[in-house]
Design a protein around this ligand. Structure first.
Ligand SMILES: NC(=O)c1ccc[n+]([C@@H]2O[C@H](COP(=O)([O-])OP(=O)(O)OC[C@H]3O[C@@H](n4cnc5c(N)ncnc54)[C@H](O)[C@@H]3O)[C@@H](O)[C@H]2O)c1
Length: 355
């Protein structure tokens, strides 16, 4: 698998990735390596990584409790304190070993500690491999507002090793699939079409699926790293998806949704909106809806849920001048950004999701 060149860093796969990791560690003469893990990746991923790192510098492990609920400022403060106690300085390196929660939070911790120290992402979930570890967005949640605090700052390297997926629960694999589907829907119809019949895909295909997905995301990000235009396309499904994720995270009576599960619903709703604006046909909408519903269990929304979710939208970070702006599909494999959508259409997208 060839390396993918991103903005000032590379995404490198498997053995070649570890070679580059060791090369960078030795060339930069880092004083200490800090590996940030969550409580699960500490157990299931760290034992695989440690023997592959070649360095004479000390290695320190910093663990926090797994889960989106911990992607917050309190966890950052704890890690900044540990870094300080352990003498971290500008020549230290942070390795983020985990899913999107670790790469988002670890990247933010590194980007802000002493005004920024180097970090490298080693994603261990499908979602982090194809999305969260790529593109330089780092950040944390503020209460129930997703990714409200953060900076765009690139890692020095991303090492993708799909062997980590061997221990990943099915439900997390599915969550990662949502972002993969999104990449097809916004950018590549052929890529999307391979998921119309999932029975034709097996585990061995995932290396290629991951590689192609990263290429799509990277191609978009390198053109617009600071999300002034085309990068907004990656928010397809996320305007409503984030509001749904926040609502479920904050509502103790509801079973919380994984990021990808919320985005999957968001993509159905935003495809419906695309259809009402005559941007995709009814047949295309039905294809999207039935493909996603075959993978992701349906979630029930009552009127109170829908009203609360629509209220949460006004806090979405993608809004401009108080207006809710959507990315919509302009045919499958193409997108259109900055689309305003009337509240009634949003409401009817939820109604139609049930059908
Ligand atoms: N920065 C970005 O561009 C970007 C893009 C998409 C998503 N995100 C963020 O990513 C996060 C979601 O990422 P995620 O789905 O990876 O969640 P996650 O990091 O919470 O990982 C999911 C679960 O899998 C466990 N896990 C990780 N690797 C494992 C492995 N190899 N085997 C077994 N278990 C493992 C984790 O401990 C966790 O319990 C969200 O916070 C989202 O906002 C960021």
């Amino acid at each position: 698998m060839q390396a993918i060149k991103a903005n000032g860093y590379s995404v490198i796969f498997n053995v070649e990735g570890y070679k580059e990791l060791n090369k960078q560690i030795s060339e930069n003469n880092y004083s200490t390596l800090f590996i940030i893990v969550d409580s699960i990746t500490n157990e299931v991923c760290l034992p695989k990584l440690l023997p592959l790192i070649e360095t004479n510098s000390p290695i320190e492990i910093i663990e926090f409790e797994a889960g989106e609920v911990n992607k917050n400022i309190e966890t950052c403060i704890q890690i900044w304190n540990v870094l300080t106690e352990l003498g971290a300085e500008r020549k230290s390196l942070i390795l983020n070993l985990g899913g999107g929660v670790v790469t988002d939070l670890g990247g933010f911790v590194a980007s802000t500690f002493k005004r920024g120290i180097d970090f490298i992402n080693i994603p261990t979930t499908l979602l982090a491999m194809v999305d969260a570890s790529i593109g330089g967005k780092t950040g944390i949640d503020l209460g129930n507002l997703k990714n409200q605090i953060g900076v765009i700052n690139n890692p020095k390297l991303v090492v993708v090793d799909s062997d980590f997926l061997a221990t990943l629960p099915q439900i997390e694999m599915r969550s990662g699939l949502a972002e993969i589907l999104k990449h097809g829907l916004i950018f590549n119809k052929l890529y999307w079409e391979q998921f119309l019949d999932l029975s034709k895909i097996d585990f061995a295909d995932f290396d290629t699926i991951i590689f192609d997905s990263i290429k799509i995301k990277n191609e978009i990000v390198i053109q617009d790293p600071n999300e002034k235009g085309i990068r907004k396309a990656l928010n397809f499904g996320h305007t409503l998806g984030h509001a749904i994720e926040s609502y479920f995270m904050d509502n103790k009576t509801k079973k919380s949704l994984l990021h990808g599960e919320a985005i999957a619903i968001g993509m159905i709703l935003e495809s419906y909106i695309s259809m009402t604006k005559n941007l995709i046909s009814k047949v295309e909408y039905q294809e999207i809806k039935s493909t996603i519903k075959a993978i992701f269990e349906e979630v029930i929304f009552d009127n109170n849920d829908i009203n609360s979710i629509v209220n949460l939208l006004i806090h979405d970070k993608k809004n401009e001048n108080g207006k809710i702006k959507f990315v919509l599909l302009d045919g499958i494999g193409k997108f259109i950004i900055n689309q305003e959508v009337e509240n009634e259409i949003i409401m009817s997208s939820f109604e139609n999701y049930k059908l």
